[in-house]
Design a protein around this ligand. Structure first.
Ligand SMILES: [Fe+2]
Length: 432
């Protein structure tokens, strides 16, 4: 737990401080708390899921959230240091990607800030992408890489994007931040699901930005629903043309789940989680692993579906993880959490994109969170290594850290976590 100044102050005052979130907490915070958490920024916000980002090679940890703020924390003690990079006076930052991207060879990190920028004629909306690197003294520096301008009434939420040697690959699925300048604005900023809409009447966009020049090429696709990408890489086709490949787990039928009726983040609300049928009946999530191929020479694109060679087919196949040494390169193996909403099974799945075959690890009552691939030092094959994941046992209400060999998903070690970690989805791994 990172104990920020806000946390310490809140605990001293015997209260919980609110944080802008997608789903609705129970009980709801009152209007004053909402107002303060939206207007007060980091001085009033706390209690949030964080992504840990080693942007400056161990000098400090940078924590990102769904909000625009990044926070610095001492890596050994987790002592809160400071928020980082306040916005310009003429800007209102809205949000960033929850997942930063790391360049496959330079190790530099990339993220964006979605912002409203004030112009003489009123606000304009855009995504500004930055490259973050550290100086020898541990200071973070940033360089603006490029921008995606967007209409005020069509600000998409980009949860994650990928990166190749020379390009940022940015899918703008149709999740929309429905921002309006009226009395509902505060509520929308406070409970983001109030502003989280799915735009069924507009296309999906994929923008590809050259990291060196900032030049952007936009592709327009039929509606897709994806969340976390598997990988992207560059290749030359048989005509000698540059293609960018982007792989994503997507909803097989993007119209099957009406996200304007259901807030996806409500699936973690306790009353919904304790209803054995709610998710299966209301959140039809049948996954297709989908390859999007963008021809940078002709500006045409093609979409190829990998066969659903797993059981149970109507599962949410999500939270992909690959061998990090293959980020931005052609690859074969991706590891997933396989979540079946009828049984609440959360299994571990490996998909071989080269042979198009899947294998799954399952134990009754076990719920595997996002699998993390840790490469074997000196290993040669892409799947030389282990999978590490936190596993919750709903029969005993205990949790363990499990380790599998990545080739066959054979369990090779399990460790008592000593603490109870309820079932969850995301996971991370950091070398010492
Ligand atoms: Fe995520």
């Amino acid at each position: 737990m990172v104990r920020s100044e806000v946390y310490n102050r809140s605990m001293a005052e015997g209260k919980i401080s609110a944080f802008s979130m997608m789903g609705k907490p129970e009980p709801l915070f009152d209007l004053w708390e909402h107002t303060m958490m939206v207007l007060g920024g980091v001085e009033y916000s706390d209690n949030t899921n964080i992504a840990v980002w080693d942007v400056d090679k161990g000098h400090s940890l940078t924590l990102t959230t769904e909000s625009f703020n990044m926070h610095q924390v001492a890596p050994d003690t987790l002592t809160y240091n400071r928020p980082w990079k306040p916005p310009g006076a003429d800007e209102i930052p809205l949000f960033s990607a929850a997942h930063f991207s790391r360049h496959p060879t330079s190790g530099k990190s990339y993220n964006y800030v979605a912002k409203l920028k004030w112009k003489l004629w009123g606000p304009e909306a855009r995504f500004d992408f930055y490259e973050y690197s550290s100086s020898p003294g541990g200071q973070i520096t940033d360089r603006k890489v490029g921008s995606i301008p967007t209409a005020l009434d069509d600000i998409r939420i980009i949860h994650a994007f990928s990166i190749t040697e020379n390009y940022l690959v940015i899918p703008r699925w149709n999740y929309k931040f429905d921002f309006t300048f009226d009395l509902s604005m505060m509520k929308k900023l406070a409970y983001m699901c109030e502003a989280f809409k799915f735009e069924y009447n507009k296309p999906t966009y994929v923008d590809i930005i050259n990291i060196k020049t900032g030049i952007r090429v936009q592709f327009t696709l039929p509606i897709q629903k994806g969340v976390h990408g598997m990988n992207s890489f560059e290749r030359i086709n048989s005509q000698g043309q540059l293609e960018i490949v982007m792989d994503f787990p997507t909803l097989t039928d993007p119209t099957a789940l009406d996200l304007n009726k259901h807030c996806l983040f409500d699936i973690f609300n306790i009353p919904i989680l304790t209803d054995p049928n709610y998710l299966y009946e209301n959140i039809p999530w049948d996954t297709t692993l989908r390859r999007f191929i963008f021809n940078m020479h002709t500006s045409a694109h093609t979409i190829e579906d990998f066969p659903q060679s797993w059981r149970t087919k109507d599962s949410a196949i999500e939270f992909p993880f690959i061998n990090p040494n293959y980020n931005g390169k052609d690859y074969c193996f991706a590891y997933f959490q396989q979540w079946h909403f009828r049984t609440e099974d959360m299994d571990l799945m490996k998909y071989d994109l080269c042979t198009k075959k899947a294998i799954t690890w399952h134990e009754d009552n076990k719920h595997v969170s996002e699998p993390v691939f840790v490469p074997k030092p000196g290993g040669e094959a892409e799947d030389d290594g282990v999978i590490v994941a936190q596993v919750y046992d709903s029969a005993t209400e205990k949790s363990e850290l499990c380790v599998w060999n990545a080739k066959k998903l054979e369990l090779i070690a399990r460790y008592d976590n000593k603490v109870q970690v309820p079932y969850t989805v995301h996971g991370s791994w950091y070398d010492e």
